[in-house]
Ligand binder design. Structure first.
Ligand code: HEM
Length: 423
C-alpha cells in the first residue's frame, strides 16, 4: 500500500471509503483514510452489498483493547478480512485461529523453539547468509530489493521450522501467492486457482516432511508439532500440517516487507539513514521504526462473542471487527509526528507484532534478523536511490511491495571483499 499521510486539513468522505477491496491497496493510500476515521468515525461499519458488513476500529487504544480481549473478540472464525464471509477452514485448529485456553497448549511449547536465546545463538549464521543475499547489490547497480528481501525470513527461521534449505527459494512465491492471490505478480488465473496451487505446493512439501519427522523426529518445529497434545489428544496430520502452514505464512508474508519499506523510507529520507550511519546505537531504533512504519500486517480480524461497546458504538454478538494495526501505528495521540520516519523515536510502543495472547511468536526472530540486516546495510551502503517505479501489493491484509528498484551507493570503506566472499 502507498505510505503517504494526509494533506494538511484534508479528509476523506466516509462514503468513498472501501477498506476491503484488496486491489485498491495497490493505488489508494490508506493512511489519509485511517486519519479521517480516527478523527470522525473511530468505530465505522463498512457495508458490502451481498456480503457481511464489517466494523473498522482505527484508534490505538481501541485496537489494544480488542487484541487483548480474547474472551469477547474471538479468532476462531479467522483473523483476516478475506475469510469474513465463510470463516477460515483452519478455525480452531491453528495457533493464530484458536482462543484461550486451548490456544496456550499449542503456543506454550511452540514459542520455546523461537525464544530470544535460540535466536541469539543463530545470529552469526544468519549474518553470513544475509551477506550472501546482499551480493547482487554490491555492484552498485540497480536491483529490485523487494524481490531480494523475499528471501530473508527463511534465512532466520528455515532451520527452526525444519524446512530443508533446497526449497527455501520456492517458499516466497508460494506464500505470497497464498496471501495476495489477486496481485498481478502472484496471480495464476483466478483467485481460487492461485490459492489452490499455492496451498497444494505448501501442503505437499509439509506432508512429506511431517511423514519423515513422524518416522525420525529432529530438533525442529515440525517434529514438535507431531508430538503435541491438546486436551490429552495428539495432533493429527491435518493439525500439524495447518500449523506448519500458518508458521511459514506468518514468517514469509511479513518480514520482507518491513525490510522493503525500510529501504524505501531511507531512500526517500536520506537524513534518517545518515543519522543511523553516524550513530550505530540507532540500529535497533531504526528497526523498531521500520516495524511501526511498515506495519506489514495492516489489520487483524476478530468476531465478537457477545454484544460489545467501543467508543460508545454498540456492536452485536457474532459481528466481524477489523482492528487496523496500520492505523494504530500512526495514531497522533500516541506517536508524535506519526508520518515521519524517525530512527530516534523514543518511546516507540508500536503494535506491529500485536499484543496479548496472540503476540507474534516470530517476533524475536524477525527483530534479530532485521537488526542484523540493518547492521549489514550500514556497513555497506551510504545511501539508497529509487531508480524506477515502486509497486505495491494488492492486499487489504499485508502491506507489501512487489517492486522496489533501488540503486544502492556503496560506502567507500564497504567490506566488499568480505561480503562478496560470503565470509
Ligand atoms: C516483521 C515480521 C512479523 C510481523 C510484523 C508479524 C506480525 C504478527 C501479528 C500482528 C500477529 C498477531 C495475529 C493475530 O493476532 O491474529 C502475529 C502472530 C503470529 N506470527 Fe507473526 N509476524 C512477523 C513475523 C513472524 C515470523 C518470523 C513467524 C514465524 C516464524 C511468525 C509467526 C506467527 C505466528 C505463528 C503467530 C500466531 C501467534 C499466536 O496466535 O499465538 N510471525 N504475527
Amino acid at each position: 500500500m502507498l505510505m503517504q499521510g494526509p494533506e494538511p486539513g484534508a479528509r476523506t468522505p466516509l462514503d468513498e471509503i472501501d477498506l476491503f477491496d484488496p486491489v485498491r491497496f495497490r493505488t489508494v493510500p490508506p493512511h489519509p483514510i485511517w486519519h479521517t476515521l480516527r478523527a470522525e468515525a473511530p468505530v465505522w461499519r463498512q457495508a458490502r452489498p451481498g456480503q457481511p458488513a464489517f466494523w473498522n476500529v482505527t484508534r490505538y487504544d481501541d485496537v489494544v483493547r480488542i487484541v487483548k480481549d480474547t474472551a469477547r473478540y474471538s479468532s476462531t472464525h479467522g483473523n483476516v478480512l478475506d475469510v469474513a464471509e465463510h470463516g477460515d477452514s483452519a478455525g480452531g485448529l491453528t495457533m493464530p485461529l484458536m482462543d484461550p485456553p486451548d490456544h496456550g497448549q499449542v503456543r506454550g511449547p511452540a514459542i520455546r523453539t523461537m525464544s530470544t536465546q535460540v535466536v541469539r545463538r543463530r545470529s552469526e549464521g544468519v549474518r553470513r547468509r544475509i551477506r550472501r543475499l546482499l551480493e547482487p547489490a554490491l555492484a552498485g547497480e540497480t536491483v529490485d530489493f523487494a524481490q531480494i528481501m523475499l528471501h530473508l525470513p527463511m534465512l532466520a527461521v528455515g532451520e527452526i521450522l525444519g524446512v530443508p534449505e533446497e526449497v527455501w527459494q520456492d517458499i516466497p512465491g508460494w506464500t505470497m501467492a497464498g496471501v495476495a492471490p489477486q496481485d498481478p505478480v502472484y496471480a495464476q488465473g483466478s483467485n481460487e486457482r492461485t490459492l489452490r496451487r499455492a496451498h497444494y505446493q505448501l501442503f505437499a512439501m509439509f506432508s512429506k516432511l511431517i511423514a519423515e519427522r513422524r518416522r525420525a523426529p529432529k530438533d525442529d518445529l515440525i517434529s514438535l508439532l507431531t508430538q503435541l497434545e491438546v486436551n490429552g489428544r495428539k495432533f493429527d496430520d491435518q493439525q500439524v500440517l495447518l500449523n506448519c502452514y500458518s508458521m511459514v505464512m506468518g514468517a514469509n508474508t511479513t518480514t520482507p516487507h518491513v525490510a522493503g519499506h525500510l529501504i524505501l523510507a531511507l531512500a526517500e529520507n536520506p537524513d534518517a539513514w545518515r543519522m543511523v550511519l553516524a550513530d550505530p546505537e540507532l540500529v535497533s531504533g531504526c528497526v523498531e521504526e521500520a516495524l511501526r512504519w511498515a506495519t506489514p500486517t495492516n489489520h487483524v480480524m476478530r468476531r465478537t462473542t457477545t454484544d460489545v461497546e467501543i467508543d460508545g458504538v454498540r456492536i452485536g454478538e457474532g459481528e466481524i471487527v477489523a482492528a487496523w494495526i496500520g492505523s494504530a501505528n500512526r495514531d497522533e495521540s500516541v506517536f508524535e509526528d506519526p508520518y515521519r520516519f524517525r530512527p530516534d523515536r523514543k518511546p516507540n510502543p508500536h503494535l506491529a507484532f500485536s499484543l496479548g495472547a496472540h503476540y507474534c511468536i516470530g517476533g524475536p526472530a524477525a527483530r534479530s534478523l532485521l537488526n542484523v540486516l540493518v547492521e549489514e546495510l550500514a556497513a555497506t551502503f551510504s545511501a539508497f536511490e529509487i531508480d524506477g517505479t515502486v509497486e505495491h501489493l494488492a492486499s487489504n491484509f499485508i502491506n507489501g511491495l512487489t517492486r522496489l528498484p533501488i540503486r544502492p551507493v556503496l560506502r567507500h570503506d564497504a567490506p566488499v571483499a568480505l561480503a562478496a566472499s560470503g565470509a
